[in-house]
Design a protein around this ligand. Sequence first.
Ligand SMILES: [Zn+2]
Length: 489
Amino acid sequence: MKKENKYITTPIYYVNDHPHIGHAYTTIIADVLARYYRDKLGDENVYFLTGTDEHGLKIAESAKEKGINPQEFTDIISAEFEESWKNLNISNNNFIRTSSEKHKRIVGDVLLKLKNSKTPNANDVIYEADYEGLYCVGCEKFINESELVDGCCPDHNRKPEKLKEKNWFFNLKDFLPIIKEKIESNELEIYPKTRKNEVLGLIDKQDLPDFSISRSVKSVPWGIDLPWDDKQKCYVWVDALLNYITAIDYPGGENFKKFWPADIQLIALDILKFHAIFWPAILIALDLPLPKRLAIHGFFTIDGKKMSKTLGNVVNPNDLVDKYGADATKYLILSQFGFGSESDINVSEFSAKYKADLVNGLGNLVNRVTNMVQNYLNGKIDIKLKESDLVKDVSEKIENLNFREALLKIWESIKYLNSLIDEKKPWELAKIENEKENLKNILQDLVLGLYNIAISLKSFMPVKSNEIVKILMSEKIVKPETPIFPRLN
Ligand SMILES: [Zn+2]
């Protein structure tokens, strides 16, 4: 059965951290895809989900430090994420919070269902066992001795705690052969391919232990109740992964029936194992189809350095929006590096790039073209504005997640048109009587070129794109009173 709609998700962001440019990057990409597919398939056929992950020991600890209860704490931080996405003009259809009643209720139902299910080898999916291990509160997970650096978790630089408790476990082993098969056959596509190989390697190594789906209430009091054991809470990762189906009202809701399986689940590299192995296992146990594509982006540095609170180089997306506006911020971030690669965001170059590419590049082109059409053609053109190969080319690149390449292609076109103006010098042709027709043709070509640039930018810079299209489509083309991209103070 062919699914003529798209379900696009970002990870839900853990509220132990304030929104930063890393969260913004993933969210902007999801937004570009959502806008692109809405245009192609219709608004009602795209569902874009983001939200916040709100349970776990780390949250309880942070709330305690602030002297408030965990719910109050998550309310505050979750609102920061919603606010940031509003500022960035993100077009999500839903914003899920894992502390919401609906999510908690459905997670409870799912857990019970898993408890009553069998693995492909007819074993119980969920079983009880003792677990003893080292637990990093920073990661919210058990950590192997071999992963420690100087006795500390390398990601959090803190000593893990020794934990021994009775937990409920998920029988992952029995699902691995099917997961492997589905990944190999691309039924679950893992993109880019290097990550696919990484996941397959992990499965082949055969040291993926069953994972626990619960924590003792004593050690992790802030979480979703386990329906059959009041001494245990649901492990925050299981709770978090289920957001992708609770948000669309699994099992019986209209949105669930329409949109599952997800078409593109965007994630960062650090949560690959959870999404490529644990998540498919849970879905198979629930007898649900797997997401079609997991798209993984690598880590990036900020001006060559790892982003960290200690270095003070954490970039707040709201600051970027204040300075450059939402559309320009999206451009500046996405034009930095190709999706999937590990690279650098040159924030220190943003001002220069804003000036070069937006003020003097696209903005100036809009000014020049509209000004000349206004002066030499009285604002009138007599051609039909239709889409060119540029639009087709950019669409293809978006579908293949080549966002940076799409933008490079558009900016090639902007540079070309600006240089064409320099070369043809329409202002000189305007002085020559028998060049009138030639002048008109040149200007109309410029309008057509600019129109296609604006259309190509629709998913990336919805507001600016619309402004330009409106000017070019109006009865009489006039130069905008204020520049499309104002100069920075
Ligand atoms: Zn850690």
